[in-house]
Design a protein around this ligand. Structure first.
Ligand code: OAD
Length: 240
């Protein structure tokens, strides 16, 4: 008897590129004109906190820009989740909220999110829409110890237990728009393979881990993902 497959989808910066958010590695080591070590490491934050607050405030503001909106790839994944309730886990390395804007639920943000602030004093994570900096009070403990809720280089990614459990249960693993340079995310394909999943990569160019995938789809995510999702839904039609 056939059962509905469990699908784990890992997304990277490439899925949001066509929504107007720059990727990390297509810009000569610069992220929005800043050296990554200046704005995405604990050392960078210690050395120049004002720069780091300003940088993430700008990134958060960018999400409100009317030109930055989910593209057909985000929308297709949300439709897949709706069509296969409880069977599709979206794990993203992205700190934007375009999956949520497209309608995806329970998105696992393993590298944190622009939409929250974390208190270094009481560890409370608070949903955040505007700016904050070293003078902003934590709504919970009222100290001024907020930092961007982003996983910087050298820090532990979030929700790893939940992700590993989903990968262990996966029948299909799909990596979309990620270069395969940053671990542990780059190792998920091997983990999923070992658990018996069929593995699919969708990218503009082959990633550094492309040889580990059973199937590779080349092209812009806004075009390839809606097609892939309709193939999956057709294949799953009638399965219960
Ligand atoms: P990268 O910038 O390393 O890679 C983006 C990938 O997307 C590349 O392989 C591109 O070929 C691909 N790409 C670009 N445009 C695309 C499109 N329209 N359709 C499909 N693919 C496209 O971004 P990530 O792999 O997400 O971590 O980077 C991983 C992590 O490194 C980030 O989460 C961040 C960064 O440093 C932290 O901040 C901790």
């Amino acid at each position: 008897m056939f059962t509905t497959p469990n699908i784990v989808i890992l997304t990277g910066a490439g899925i949001s590129a066509e929504s107007g958010i720059k990727t990390f590695r297509d810009n000569d080591g610069l992220w929005e004109n800043h050296h990554i070590e200046d704005v995405a490491t604990p050392q960078g934050f210690d050395a120049n906190p004002s720069l780091v607050y300003r940088f993430y405030n700008q990134r958060r503001k960018q999400l409100l820009d009317s030109s930055v909106k989910p593209n057909p790839a985000h929308i297709a994944l949300a439709q897949l989740q709706t069509a296969m309730p409880g069977h599709v886990t979206v794990v993203t390395q992205n700190v934007d909220d375009l999956h949520e804007q497209a309608g995806s639920k329970n998105v696992i943000h393993m590298h944190g999110t622009l939409r929250s602030a974390r208190c270094l004093q009481c560890a409370t994570v608070t949903y955040w829409e505007g700016d904050f900096d070293s003078g902003t009070e934590c709504p919970c403990c009222h100290t001024t110890s907020l930092r961007p809720d982003i996983v910087w280089f050298g820090e532990m990614p979030m929700h790893m237990d939940e992700i590993e459990a989903a990968l262990l249960d996966a029948d299909i693993f799909i990596a979309i728009g990620t270069s395969g340079n940053v671990y542990p995310a780059a190792g998920f394909v091997q983990y999923a393979r070992d658990a018996g999943a069929v593995t699919i990569e969708a990218n503009l160019v082959p990633s550094t881990t492309h040889s580990l995938f059973d199937r590779r789809i080349t092209g812009p995510a806004s075009q390839t993902i809606p097609t892939l999702v309709s193939q999956i839904l057709t294949d799953c039609e009638g399965l219960t």
